[in-house]
Write a protein that binds this ligand. Structure first.
Ligand code: DLL
Length: 448
């Protein structure tokens, strides 16, 4: 079990001291070694000698995804390629991917940070860990793999896809911990139902799910369906991969951040002003110990808030809330900021719909229009289909009175809680395409 009490339960003053020392060394290193940072710091007339510790962090300029793209592929590396032992890259939906590099020490630090995360979620050396995150340039597979091995668990490196085989190995090998995206966990469950497998009798105990936004309601749904504890793990390839933070299985109340390696701040995404603890905003991270690809004040685009109250599990490191959304997938519908995860939470208030949904945004004249397409539960589908067959006056799915009522109640909840009027379209179970990687919930027709 990798519970690093020295660093995870540190007195906060000592932690700040450690962070300050590491920050000073980092700033000097990037200034000396990376022309991009030297230029960036020179532009705002900041030199390494002016950074005395964490208290001076806000004087440093921020970095963003486009800086990484501009320096593609290796322009931000702070070590010669000879010392780089691993390269990962983001999938890059637009144009070139962003590339990140690791030295041997970086790989070891990552394994350690991610091992802490998996241990925090309850993984021990007695576990059998099925890693169903994709292996490859994506950091999910290898990140969880090295971490679980470091803990001493038995790792099944199955990668993503192969749903039936996932289920077979889960049963035959007695998997106790599953690592994958939350949507894949739901997908595998669906397939188990088709195969008439009772997954609640599997030895599976814990799921360590992340790489995409999910809601508290979705957690409850997954926990009930699988009869497990589901913990949220967060990370991004630019910073390290999975293992930046993770929930503890004891409290499941915020994700413990590995703050001795990753220094967090929350800013207002519009003004870039640093916000006080507890306020929602964009997470900004400075990597304190990375060698090959250090980042200074990197704007993650992820919306969360921080809480440095000690946790019941004993850890004292700052916890971040589950990611509420991204600054760039925030939808603005008639002036109201809407995150897909908020809609998901409202949808899942109804037990009669499934967490398989799509948000289709279009423009009618000058007005933005949001249509929620959501699958109804198999039970409701059966009830409605039988109803349609046995009644003469109701001929279509959408006219069925149960669905009309359900639609109105979802519309009312969305209006009351999020503050917008939406259209709701019900789909049959299985009609919404499943994803084996990250799910794309939003289709924005306004951009086409
Ligand atoms: O998704 C790393 C990872 C792998 C994290 C496995 C957790 C588990 P990227 O592909 O670079 O890296 O994508 C990073 O995914 O900025 C968030 O927007 C989103 N994301 C990651 N974890 C979570 C999470 C990996 N737990 C981007 N909740 C990040 C919400 C998440 N969003």
């Amino acid at each position: 079990m990798i519970f690093d009490r020295e660093h995870e339960c540190m007195n906060r003053e000592d932690l700040r001291q450690l962070q300050s020392e590491r920050l000073k060394a980092l700033v000097k290193r990037v200034y000396d070694r990376v022309p991009f940072y030297r230029d960036l710091f020179d532009k705002v007339a900041i030199g390494p000698e002016q950074i005395r510790g964490v208290e001076d962090l806000a004087r440093l300029p921020m970095t963003r995804k486009y800086n990484l793209r501009d320096q593609y592929p290796f322009g931000l590396f702070a070590t010669p390629m000879k010392e780089v032992v691993r390269i990962h890259a983001s999938s890059g939906t637009t144009g070139k991917p962003t590339t990140v590099g690791y030295t041997r020490n970086d790989v070891a630090m990552w394994a350690n940070a991610c091992a802490r995360a998996l241990a925090c979620a309850g993984t021990t050396e007695d576990d059998i860990v099925q890693v169903a995150y994709g292996y490859g340039l994506f950091t999910g597979g290898l990140g969880a793999h090295y971490a679980a091995e470091l803990i001493g668990a038995s790792v099944i490196p199955i990668s993503g896809s192969n749903t039936q085989r996932q289920l077979m190995l889960m049963q035959d090998f007695g998997t106790t911990v599953l690592c994958c995206t939350p949507s894949f966990a739901l997908y595998v469950w669906d397939v188990a139902q088709q195969l008439k497998l009772d997954v609640t009798r599997f030895p599976l105990r814990v799921g360590v799910f992340g790489a995409e936004p999910w809601s508290e309601a979705m957690r409850r749904d997954i926990e009930r369906k699988w009869n497990i504890k589901a913990c949220d793990i967060y990370g991004l390839s630019e910073i390290i991969g999975p293992g930046v933070s993770c929930e503890c299985v004891e409290a499941q109340d915020g994700l413990h951040l590995n703050e001795d390696h990753f220094l967090p701040e929350i800013i207002d995404p519009d003004t870039a002003e640093v916000l006080p603890e507890g306020e929602w905003g964009e997470l900004v991270i400075t990597t304190l110990t990375k060698e090959a690809f250090p980042l200074i004040r990197y704007r993650t685009g992820d919306i969360t808030r921080l809480n440095s109250e000690p946790c019941v599990c004993g850890r004292t490191n700052t916890r971040m809330d589950r990611i509420a959304g991204r600054t760039d997938d925030m939808l603005i519908i008639r002036g109201v900021n809407v995150f897909p995860s908020q809609v998901e939470s409202v949808l899942l208030m109804s037990p009669r719909v499934e967490p398989h949904y799509r948000l289709v945004v279009s423009r009618k004249g000058a007005l933005d229009n949001l249509e929620i397409q959501v699958e109804i539960s198999p039970g409701l589908y059966k009830e409605v289909s039988e109803g349609i067959l046995s009644t003469d006056d109701v001929t279509t799915f959408t006219e069925h009175e149960t669905l009309v009522g359900l639609k109105q109640s979802i519309q009312k909840n969305v209006k009351d809680i999020i503050g917008i009027n939406v259209g709701v379209v019900f789909k049959e179970p299985g009609a919404i395409e499943r994803s084996e990687g990250k799910t794309q919930h939003v289709i924005d027709l306004r951009k086409e």
